[in-house]
Design a protein around this ligand. Structure first.
Ligand code: NAD
Length: 470
């Protein structure tokens, strides 16, 4: 798929949304422009002592709020345009869900499936050192996170590299999010994007007005779902859809092909099977679909592309039978594909809303690192004492003892992970309502236009309030 096409699609989505706005065109131009990019090439030692030159990028799309924030992608497909497009989506995503950051993105041209652990660590550390050198990373400057091909391990190496090169800095761990919990990460970040995808899909499926218009029963229970990509985002989205929502995951597509079972697949068992055998194919009780892309065209209620961009385009959109396309990945539907889906009445949940759970919880992690204290420890001792007194008084009045096993929960309050998940749920459901209300109140044609325009106008307002320097 053409990489430039993704950049072009994002720009066309922007322009379409801008056509519904009265904001000054010069100001809109500033909202659209990428503020700074760093393109680098650096040598890395291979395992056998050789040297390869790696190309990498970091784009900071918008400095209207600092720090900027966005994941780091390891992929051979990465290029400058893709990095800028992804960075711009981050700006709009943050504005949409009320995370006070500008957007950024990083890309490193390596194949995440073909490199050794040693090479992976050397690339990650060298890339971090390059970012430090040009002031493209720092708790108040630019804060990376995981994306396609990277995860907790890489974020841990980034934090450690930063800590070693930026001596005597207090809040070093706030330089990156998505770290292991034991390295000042936050419980709940690992599943945050996929769980947010679930909350976003649930919001639409429980929207009675929308469901009525589509002729579907409200609710996630019993909805048939096909997922593309069983990585961080796809796995957790599928898991929560199945376990919390009661949806039936009938198909899962991966790089090597897909599997299908009309009665439903056990997402956890499929994941374990792929881990054990190295392939999703030949899973018990499922039909192999050798061309994973063909699986996207099967009948279902919700199709969840959670791998990469440009998966639904002019060439296959006409054959998609799903009623809803939920963009868990960034940019899985291109501009042309979207037009065809819309003509056919398919409803789309746009990426900048649907996968915003990751950056939302990253924000909580950053706040925790800046404060240097976890959220559950912030709940004061005083509050615990008051609760204990209340319970004792209740017990005295009612002459009933509160069961021993319930006391810790009542007195100590929620664990950090529960706080994080509750706040994520609140953030996704509120964002859905605001996006949907905005679409209705401004008579906009679809949710993507609503999400873009709402975000763009918020960024424009921020630039306007700050004024133009000098
Ligand atoms: P990941 O590397 O954990 O997983 C991606 C999965 O997709 C892998 O299992 C890979 O094998 C699979 N895949 C690759 N090509 C495929 C193909 N052609 N068909 C089917 N499967 C394929 O990456 P991730 O973090 O889950 O990211 C996935 C998408 O979600 C990306 O678009 C990313 O930008 C977006 N996203 C991620 C996060 C996050 O927190 N990780 C946040 C927001 C958005």
């Amino acid at each position: 798929m053409g990489r430039g096409k993704f950049f072009e699609s994002v720009n066309r989505y922007f322009d379409r949304a801008a056509s519904f706005s009265k904001v000054d065109s010069g100001l809109m131009d500033q909202v659209r422009s990428c503020n700074s990019v760093y393109r680098m090439r650096f040598p890395v030692k291979t395992d056998d002592g050789g040297i390869v030159v790696v190309e990498a990028f970091r784009a900071e799309h918008s400095h209207h709020r600092l720090p900027t924030k966005g994941g780091i992608r390891f992929s051979m497909e990465v290029d400058l345009d893709e990095t800028i497009a992804l960075a711009s989506l981050m700006t709009y995503k943050c504005a949409l869900v009320g995370v006070p950051f500008g957007g950024a993105k990083g890309g490193v041209c390596v194949d995440p499936n073909a490199i050794s652990d040693g090479f992976r660590e050397r690339v990650t550390r060298r890339y971090t050192a390059e970012l430090i050198r040009k002031n493209f990373i720092g708790p108040d400057v630019d804060v990376p996170a995981p994306d396609y091909g990277t995860g907790e391990r890489e974020m841990g190496w980034i934090a450690d590299t930063y800590k070693n090169l930026r001596l005597n800095t207090g809040d070093v761990y706030a330089c990156v999010t998505g770290k292991p919990v034991t390295m000042q990460g936050i419980p709940g970040r690992r599943q945050a994007t996929g769980l947010g995808v679930y909350y976003g899909i649930r919001s639409l499926l429980e929207d009675e007005e929308e469901m009525k218009a589509m002729g579907l029963h409200p609710g996630t229970q019993g909805k048939r779902v096909i997922v593309q990509g069983l990585g961080n985002v796809g796995y957790y989205a599928a898991w929560y859809l199945q376990h919390e929502g009661g949806a039936i995951v009938t198909g899962i597509a991966e790089r090597e092909g897909g599997i299908f079972n009309q009665e439903g697949l056990d997402v956890e068992a499929v994941f374990a099977h792929r881990k054990a055998t190295g392939s999703i194919l030949d899973f018990a009780d499922a039909q192999n679909v050798t061309d994973g892309m063909a699986l996207l065209e099967r009948e279902c209620d919700v199709l969840v592309p959670a791998a990469l961009e440009n998966q639904i385009t002019g060439s296959n959109a006409g054959r998609i039978q799903a009623r809803i396309v939920a963009e868990a990945a960034n940019g899985p539907v291109d501009f042309e594909g979207e037009g065809i889906l819309q003509e056919r009445g398919v409803v789309m949940l746009p990426d900048l809303f649907l996968n915003a759970g990751g950056v939302t919880v990253s924000y909580f992690e950053w706040l925790k690192n800046k404060a240097g204290v976890s959220f559950d420890r912030m709940i004061s001792r005083h509050e615990e004492l008051v609760k204990r007194e209340l319970i004792e008084e209740m017990e005295r009045l009612t002459q009933t003892k509160v069961p021993e096993d319930r006391l810790p929960r009542l007195i100590h309050g929620p664990r950090e992970e529960e706080l994080v998940i509750a706040a994520l749920e609140q953030s996704m459901t509120t964002a859905y309502e605001k996006m949907q209300d905005f679409r209705r109140s401004r008579a906009l044609p679809d949710l993507r236009t609503a999400a873009f325009l709402l975000a763009m106008e918020r960024v424009a307002e921020s630039y306007d309030q700050h004024g133009i320097f000098p």
